[in-house]
Structure formats: structure tokens, C-alpha cells
Write a protein that binds this ligand. Structure first.
Ligand code: 13P
Ligand code: SF4
Length: 343
């Protein structure tokens, strides 16, 4: 059976030395016992550090994590290893649980590009022009912003949600790249994009993807829809992080390029060891903020608790419920092409 050292060493042989993995191993045991003491479950996003996956009860993309957080029944505490808006989402769908984010610095630069005051103003202005306007927010938004929107969506169901909105004019907040991707797949709607973007995905260039494709003919290129459109055009499929893992597992291909945050490449190497993964990725400093030390301290001191006012929570919950109603928790079709050529 593969040991923890084998697994982590495969991801990064220089970082995960025998000595360091032995230290992590002892710490993982302490965290397991703290989890039992606190009756806690631990949810982790696919971009987290590999050692965090070892103590996670569930790993997934934003959609999977919000569905899983809503299903937590017997545990009292949810430790959320991801970023702040994800922990807020867990609190929205599981309000009676104590939700802990182990590091308060774990924010999201994309979520920070939209605040509630500016959004309210923009909605008011646009409604003068488009009386039917509805607002869809990407899950990478604060609870305050979700509270102002008609429906929420994630990278795995954005196309289905916008398609199902009962309005021709849809304001899409905050990611302009995802908005552009949605607009291509829902041509009968007028998708108005907010001007935010993710600094991590925005740094990935078409040249970096093309150079790997030249070196490895036949490689399957999987691109996250937060990438720029000149990168999305090069994709065999545009997928959420969990969509990429499912695609790599199901495909007959042996070589893949996951164009997104680097943690996903680590995740793929751990979960699909028989296939080969190349990298054209960048690191999200927010997603890498939580260490095992933070998780241990979080469970010891019960920090840092996520709280929301009832008013914001209930309104934000409506926009998440709408997403679940419109999609039934399902993902957009996996075979969805990344790019629809101009007619
Ligand atoms: P996923 O929902 O696809 O995991 O994406 C979350 C995210 O923050 C991407 O940058
Ligand atoms: Fe936010 Fe981008 Fe980091 Fe995802 S990768 S958490 S969108 S900053």
C-alpha cells in the first residue's frame, strides 16, 4: 500500500522530504484526535495543500463543497479549508453549525472585485435600461453580494443557471472571463459582465499552453473558465476543478494539461497516478495560506468562526437555493466545448 511519504514525495520530491513527512504524519494524528473531540468534519477545496487532503472528510469544487456542507448532520463543527467566501457559503447552507476558517488571510482577490454598495448602484442603473434585468453571481462573492442577486452559480453550472434565468438581460458578477464563456454558450441572452477577474487565472498565457501542446501531441487541455478567452479557445474542455478530475479519470487519453491553479495538478497526480499531468498553472496565495498548524490551532482554539447577520444569510441563501432549484445540484454537460466559434 502507498504510504503518505510515497504520495507526497510524488507531488514534490524536494519539499516533501522523509523528515518533513514524518513531522506532518504526527501532526495529522493530533488533528484527527482533535476532530473527534470537537465532533468536526473537515471540507477542503481541490486547490489546498496536499497534506490537507489527508485529513479532509470531503474534497471538491465550490459546487461539491456547498452541497456537502448542506448535508452535514451529526457533526457540530465544519472546519473549512478553502477561502473566506467558501466558508461563508458553508455557513449559509448550514446555519446551525459552527463554521471555522483556519486562517483569516485566506480571502479571494476575485470576490474582492465586487462590493455590495457598487453592485446595488449598478443594478439600479441597469434596471433603468433593462427592466427585466436579473443578476447572477458567481459563488466567488461575499455573502453581502450574494444577498443582492437573483441566483448564484459556480464554475460547474454557470451556463445552465444563466440559460434558465427568466430574463433576456443578465448581469453576471464578478468574473468577466466566466461571463464571456457563459455568453458564448447562451447566445440568446444579453450577458452583461462585471469587470472583475482572478489574478491567478489571468496570468496564464496561450503561449504557455501552446508550447506544451507542441511538445506533447494529443495531450488533452482542460481549462478553468476563469482563464482569459485566448486561453479558453485552446481547450478541449472548459471545466470546474472537480470536472477536470472526473474528465481525467473517465478519458481514454493518458496525458493532460490542467490549466488552472497548481493545486489541481497536485490533486490529479495523487488521484489519478496512472496518467501523466503537465503543468501550465499558477499558485493562488490565498488558497495556500492554510497549513496544518492553522488547522490544529483552529480546532484547539475554535478559531476563526464565520458569522453572518440573519438578514444577509437569509437573502444569500435565497440566491444559493435558486441555483440548486435550477440545476438540481448537477454540473453542466462535461462535453461542453470550451469555445463556440463565431457563426
Ligand atoms: P471551482 O469551483 O471550479 O473549484 O473553482 C473555485 C475557484 O476559486 C477557482 O479559482
Ligand atoms: Fe480567488 Fe482566484 Fe484564488 Fe480562486 S484562484 S480563490 S478565484 S484568487
Amino acid at each position: 500500500m502507498e504510504t503518505l511519504f510515497d504520495k507526497l514525495h510524488r507531488v514534490d520530491p524536494e519539499y516533501y522530504t522523509e523528515e518533513y513527512v514524518a513531522k506532518l504524519s504526527a501532526q495529522l494524528e493530533r488533528i484527527r484526535s482533535l476532530k473527534r473531540k470537537r465532533n468536526a468534519v473537515l471540507l477542503a477545496h481541490n486547490y489546498q495543500r496536499p497534506e490537507i487532503f489527508e485529513i479532509a472528510d470531503f474534497t471538491g469544487d465550490s459546487l461539491g463543497l456547498s452541497l456537502e456542507a448542506g448535508k452535514v448532520k451529526s457533526a457540530d463543527v465544519i472546519v473549512f479549508c478553502g477561502v473566506h467566501f467558501m466558508a461563508e457559503t458553508a455557513k449559509i447552507v448550514s446555519p446551525d453549525k459552527t463554521v471555522l476558517l483556519p486562517h483569516l488571510g485566506a480571502g479571494c482577490a476575485l470576490a474582492d472585485t465586487a462590493n455590495a454598495v457598487d453592485l446595488e448602484q449598478r443594478i439600479t442603473e441597469l434596471k433603468k435600461q433593462f427592466s427585466d434585468l436579473q443578476t447572477v453571481c458567481y459563488v466567488n462573492t461575499t455573502a453581502d453580494v450574494k444577498a443582492l442577486c437573483d441566483a448564484c452559480c459556480t464554475s460547474s453550472n454557470a451556463v445552465s443557471v444563466v440559460k434558465a434565468m427568466p430574463a433576456k438581460n443578465v448581469l453576471f458578477v464578478p468574473d468577466q472571463n466566466l461571463a464571456r464563456h457563459v455568453a458564448l454558450h447562451v447566445p440568446d441572452k444579453n450577458v452583461i459582465a462585471w469587470d472583475g477577474y482572478c489574478y491567478v487565472h489571468h496570468q496564464i498565457t496561450p503561449e504557455s499552453v501552446e508550447s506544451i501542446r507542441k511538445q506533447v501531441p494529443g495531450i488533452k487541455v482542460l481549462v478553468h473558465p476563469e482563464c482569459r478567452d485566448d486561453v479558453l479557445k485552446l481547450a478541449d474542455a472548459a471545466l470546474s476543478t472537480s470536472g477536470m478530475i472526473e474528465y481525467a479519470q473517465a478519458s481514454d487519453a493518458q496525458q493532460f494539461l490542467a490549466v488552472t491553479e497548481c493545486g489541481l495538478s497536485d490533486m490529479l497526480q495523487i488521484n489519478v497516478p496512472e496518467k501523466q499531468f503537465f503543468r501550465a498553472c499558477k499558485i493562488c496565495r490565498f488558497m495556500k495560506m492554510i497549513s496544518l498548524d492553522d488547522v490544529e490551532a483552529s480546532l484547539e482554539k475554535m478559531q476563526f468562526e464565520i458569522t453572518l447577520s440573519d438578514e444577509v444569510r437569509l437573502k444569500a441563501q435565497r440566491s444559493l437555493d435558486r441555483m440548486f432549484e435550477l440545476t438540481g445540484g448537477a454540473r453542466d454537460n462535461l462535453k461542453l466545448p470550451a469555445y463556440v466559434a463565431d457563426e
